[in-house]
Design a protein around this ligand. Structure first.
Ligand SMILES: CC(=O)N[C@H](C=O)[C@@H](O)[C@H](O)[C@H](O)COP(=O)(O)O
Length: 222
């Protein structure tokens, strides 16, 4: 098992992302957010965009999972081999990529992409939207599989909280592969539950690092 993957075992990875045109969308701001998360006990950081990856790697020593979101529909999380290589070059310890079977903009298959990255020594995390995606990812030899895209690809309902069902299926089917739970973990109790279920680690974004969403949750109660 690679050291970066060992280091996040049993812990909380915090996703530090601001979306296009949002006030916090600045690499230095995201690096400050990442440092704050590490102070709170995060064992890893997930972040978006080459500038943010580089800025965050410059400030924290925990493993960084890098992605590059390009577009908003279809395959947009690190959609091509080029995007993934750039994330690695920017300093990501692990690169997360879309693991769905949808056509990729560069025409490569998911497996082609993973094999090319492995040839270059890059660790790959599969952002899955279904159990079939997880099977494809494991078949390709992916280092980490995750529930990231559950509820966002049309294959699974968008549950209020994390997709415990998919998480459980992945853990049961692939005991040798680290399974991360990511997506809609909104409370410490839900985090406890996903770790009890056997997740290798969990990724929390919105509930920790997206104040606009958190404010809306409160305002909705007024
Ligand atoms: C579907 C998609 O594009 N997910 C993205 C992946 O990086 C992010 O927008 C999420 O914030 C991240 O997965 C963490 O999830 P949550 O913010 O729910 O804790």
């Amino acid at each position: 098992m690679h050291q970066a993957i060992e280091r996040i075992k049993g812990g909380l990875v915090v996703s530090c992302q601001a979306y296009p045109n949002e006030p916090l969308r600045h690499p230095e701001t995201m690096a400050q957010m990442a440092m704050a998360a590490v102070q709170g006990g995060a064992v890893g950081i997930r972040c978006q965009g080459l500038a943010d990856i580089a800025a965050i790697k410059g400030q924290v020593s925990v493993p960084v999972i890098g992605i590059w979101k390009d577009g908003e529909e279809g395959v947009y999380i690190t959609p091509t081999l080029r995007h993934a290589r750039c994330c690695a070059a920017a300093g990501a310890d692990i690169v997360a990529i879309d693991a769905t079977g949808r056509p990729r903009p560069d025409g490569l298959t998911y497996a082609d992409t993973v094999h090319a990255l492995h040839d270059e020594g890059v660790l790959v995390m599969a952002d899955c939207g279904s159990f079939a995606d997880a099977e494809r990812a494991v078949e390709a030899g992916t280092d980490i599989i995750s529930t990231t895209l559950s509820g966002y690809t049309g294959d699974r309902p968008k549950t209020d909280g994390p997709d415990f069902e998919l998480l459980g299926q992945m853990i049961a089917a692939f005991p040798e592969v680290p399974v991360l739970c990511e997506g809609r973990i909104h409370t410490p109790a839900q985090l406890h539950q996903v770790m009890e279920a056997g997740a290798w680690a969990a990724v929390v974004g919105t509930a920790i690092t997206h104040p606009t969403s958190i404010t809306r949750w409160f305002v909705a109660q007024l």
